[in-house]
Each structure stands twice: as structure tokens, then as C-alpha cells.
Design a protein around this ligand. Structure first.
Ligand code: NAD
Length: 439
């Protein structure tokens, strides 16, 4: 089963429990449109290379569409379709009024200079703009695997130029730097959301006693795969709340330390150009999977999709899997793990912190005023970062409550993933019906 088939199985197994007309269920299932783009760029050595890229628009039941742009050598059309679909369900689930979209450029950023990456990003922006597929009211991208605020700033400046300085140009892309009309707290938002979701689960004594865990974050042993934007920030907030990050896996190796690893020190080590497998005072390995299969309370895949699948599902020794990445567990593996009493916090809910704060950034850009500036009177100075973090916390806690209610709505507990799909699909179906597009 490939990534698309796996996603379709998740969808079908949810929709069969819902009272939705078949035609509407078919409409919600697949992408409205997908572009395969090919464009040339001149490399630093003077050679010309043709770049493959995709742009997927899953659902226009709400506008604009939202979803990150990914740079990865593994990008393909099916992947973009699935990731765009997940965005639609995620936004519906956490009550963010966007449809789902996604962009992918098939490059490994490590193989290109900054100058070349800038050319690729600006050209991709032009390709989307010229097809009316980018803008504050059409598709608003953000960061994803392999991209950072740097690329988002390039998209913003290109859009602004092409649109003759459209007054709302800043709202054409989110996850920008704060100096480029971004919002405080966006870069760490997805990782913070992962932390909030895990914290909420660990406060549910009834649920976690099922896997033999005690209430609260303190001393929980956590292994993280992928120490990039999502993985690092999740590690940081969990560590600050008293959890122990016992294992970290990267693309070229993994480390383990029962007493815990300080995420800030590890990040500094990696940012200084060192390799993870040379990190001190830990069990180290050049095999990225060594720590992945060790015993722990919580495993957080935060790199790529399908990392837990039919071939390795037996090796997982975690009590809880918290999906920082999109689609890290295949349909078959999900079934197996559920039957083996593993609690899974699904991507649709758990990594929604990024799009939630992107929504706030988009609103800020359309309002042309920093959060808190107008509300601040007298001594009661509200900082943008506090407003954003509180609003993120509130949104994710509310969504967790809705999810928990849905799990038990039939009197028999279903998994968080099943509840997330059912809730997301129902909300989208209702929007379609209320719009009058379907009887
Ligand atoms: P990133 O590029 O910042 O980090 C990914 C990290 O994973 C990198 O450090 C990379 O070296 C590492 N990695 C790659 N292959 C690996 C392997 N085989 N084993 C272990 N590590 C490996 O990307 P990110 O933004 O953190 O995104 C990670 C995941 O989270 C993706 O699935 C993405 O779609 C999802 N996500 C990201 C955001 C966001 O705001 N950035 C929001 C929602 C979901």
C-alpha cells in the first residue's frame, strides 16, 4: 500500500460511519486539482537544470487554501495530494477556516547553494502566481519539510513585486520572519502544539493508565525522530516541562541517553556543523533507526511519512506515538498498533499548531496591525507572543476536548485518529451542504 492508498483507507474507514451522501464523500476524498510544474534554473556553475515541482489544491470549500511548501528529493505527485488532503481535514478539525493545499519541489536543499535555492523559490512563486494559484485569497503557503522563514520571505517579496505591491501582499504567505511581517511564535508553533497535545493526553488519567503510565509530563521518556523545526521545538518544550528526551534520530545517525539529552545543547552541537553520531556522553550510532526502536513512553516521528509501516511495526516499543510529522504511520501499521494497545495522537490534530498560528499571522497581515497594539491601554501591555501562545493553547485544548468527546460519542471509545477523521470530514461536509452545493 503506497502513501495515497494508505490515506484513502483511513478516509474510507472513517466515512463509512458517517451519514454523508456518496457523491459528497467522493468530492471530499480527492484533490480538486494538481499542477505538475517543470521549470529551468541556471546553477552556479552555469549549467541549466530542470526542476520538478507540484502544487496541490485539495478543497475549495473554504478560501484561501493553506498548506506548506516542501523541499525534498522524495517529493512526488501522490505525496503532494495526500499532504494537501491532510491539510483540509486538519484545518476543519481545529476550526481554522481554510481549505487544504500543498506545494512540493523535488530537490534536496543540501545539494544547492543559497543563491540556487533563492532562484528556485522565486521561480516557483512566479509559476504559482501566473496560474492565479498564490495570494491572500487563493493559496497561502507556509514552511514544511526542508523550508524555513527564509524561503517564505523570498515568496513574499516575489509576490509583492509581481502583484504591484498589492496592499495585502504580506498575507500571501505565512511563517515569514517577524521583520518581514511575520508573527511572533510561528517558527516554534508546530512543536509547541505537539507539546500541548501530549500534555493534554498525559492529563487524562483514565486514558494513559490503559498503557500503564502515570499522569503528567514529568520524567516521561521520549524519543524523537527528526530534529528539525518540529522535532527540535517539541523536544525543547517537553524538556522544559520536565520530560526526558532519551533518544534523538537524524538522517545520518541516532543517539540515546537514559538520563536525558538537553535539546538546546544538542541543537548547538548540530548547528556548529558536527554530526549527531559524534555527540558526547551518549550511546551513539550511525544507524538512524537504532534509537527509534528503543523502549520509551512516547515516540515522536517528526521527519517524513510512512516511517512506521508493515515491515517495522513489530519493532516499535513505545506506549504512545505522537505524530509530529504528517502521515508517519501507514494504515496497516496503525491498525496493528491500535490492536496492540498503543495510543496514537494523530497528525491531523497534533501538528496543527503551525497552521493555527499561520492563521493568526494571515489575520495580522490583513489587519495591517500587530496583535496587541490597539488593545494595549495603560499599564496592561499585552505582548504579541503571549497573545499568540495563549490563543494557540486555547485552540488546541478546545480541539482536544472536541476530539475526546467524539471518541466516546457512540458509547464505545474509538481511536483519536478515527475520531479526528470523522470530525474533520463531518465539518467539511456540513460546510458544503450549508453552502448549497449539495442537497
Ligand atoms: P525540517 O526540514 O525542519 O526537519 C526535518 C528533520 O528530519 C531534519 O533535521 C532532517 O535531517 C531529519 N530527517 C530526514 N530524514 C530523516 C530520517 N530518515 N531519520 C531521522 N531524521 C530525518 O522539517 P519540519 O518542518 O520539522 O517538518 C517535519 C515534519 O513535520 C514533516 O512531516 C512536515 O510535513 C511536518 N509538519 C511541519 C510543520 C511546520 O510548521 N514546519 C507543520 C506541520 C507538520
Amino acid at each position: 500500500m503506497n502513501f495515497l492508498e494508505s490515506f484513502e483507507e483511513f478516509y474510507e474507514s472513517a466515512v463509512k460511519h458517517l451519514d454523508i451522501p456518496k457523491g459528497l464523500a467522493d468530492q471530499i476524498k480527492s484533490c480538486d486539482s494538481v499542477y505538475h510544474l517543470r521549470f529551468p534554473i541556471t546553477l552556479d556553475n552555469g549549467e541549466i537544470e530542470v526542476i520538478d515541482a507540484w502544487h496541490g489544491e485539495h478543497s475549495h470549500h473554504r478560501s484561501p487554501l493553506k498548506g506548506g511548501i516542501r523541499f525534498s528529493g522524495l517529493v512526488n505527485e501522490d505525496e503532494v495530494k495526500v499532504l494537501a488532503s491532510l491539510m483540509t481535514f486538519k484545518c476543519a478539525l481545529v476550526n481554522v477556516p481554510f481549505g487544504g493545499g500543498k506545494g512540493g519541489i523535488k530537490i534536496d536543499s543540501k545539494n544547492y547553494s543559497k543563491n540556487e535555492l533563492e532562484k528556485i523559490t522565486r521561480r516557483y512563486t512566479f509559476e504559482l502566481y501566473s496560474r492565479n494559484s498564490l495570494g491572500p485569497n487563493t493559496y497561502v503557503p507556509a514552511t514544511d519539510y526542508g523550508t524555513t522563514s527564509r524561503e517564505m520571505n523570498w515568496i513574499y517579496s516575489t509576490f509583492k513585486t509581481l502583484s504591484n505591491s498589492n496592499i495585502d501582499a504580506a498575507a500571501s504567505v505565512t511563517s515569514k520572519s517577524v521583520t518581514q511581517e511575520g508573527v511572533s511564535g510561528r517558527s516554534e508553533a508546530t512543536g509547541r502544539g505537539v507539546y500541548i497535545g501530549i500534555r493534554e493526553l498525559l492529563n487524562d488519567e483514565r486514558e494513559i493508565s490503559r498503557v500503564g503510565l502515570k499522569k503528567g509530563i514529568k520524567d516521561k521518556e521520549i524519543i524523537i525522530q527528526g530534529f528539525g523545526n518540529v522535532g527540535y521545538h517539541a523536544a525543547l518544550f517537553l524538556h522544559q516541562a520536565g520530560a526526558k528526551i532519551v533518544g534523538v534520530c537524524e538522517f545520518n545517525g541516532s543517539i540515546y541517553r537514559k538520563e536525558g539529552i538537553d535539546p538546546i545543547k544538542l541543537k548547538e552541537w548540530l548547528n556548529s556543523g558536527n554530526m549527531i553520531f559524534d555527540y558526547k556522553d551518549c550511546e551513539t550510532s550511525k544507524d538512524p533507526w537504532d534509537s527509534f526502536y528503543k523502549e520509551c513512553d512516547i515516540l515522536i516521528p517528526a521527519a517524513l511519512e510512512e516511517v512506521i509501516n508493515a515491515t517495522n511495526k513489530y519493532k516499535i516499543k513505545a506506549k504512545i506515538i505522537a505524530e509530529g510529522a504528517n502521515g508517519p504511520i501507514t494504515f496497516e501499521a496503525d491498525k496493528y498498533l491500535e490492536n496492540n494497545n498503543v495510543i496514537i495522537l494523530p497528525d491531523l490534530y497534533l501538528n496543527s499548531g503551525g497552521v493555527i498560528v499561520s492563521y493568526f499571522e494571515w489575520l495580522k497581515n490583513l489587519n495591517h496591525v500587530r496583535w496587541g497594539r490597539i488593545e494595549n491601554q495603560g499599564n496592561n501591555q499585552l505582548k504579541e507572543i503571549d497573545l499568540i501562545n495563549n490563543a494557540l493553547n486555547e485552540t488546541m485544548c478546545k480541539a482536544f476536548e472536541e476530539l475526546s468527546e467524539k471518541r466516546n460519542s457512540t458509547g464505545k471509545y474509538i481511536s483519536y485518529r478515527k475520531a479526528a477523521y470523522r470530525l474533520g470530514i463531518e465539518k467539511i461536509a456540513n460546510t458544503y451542504i450549508e453552502m448549497g452545493l449539495f442537497p
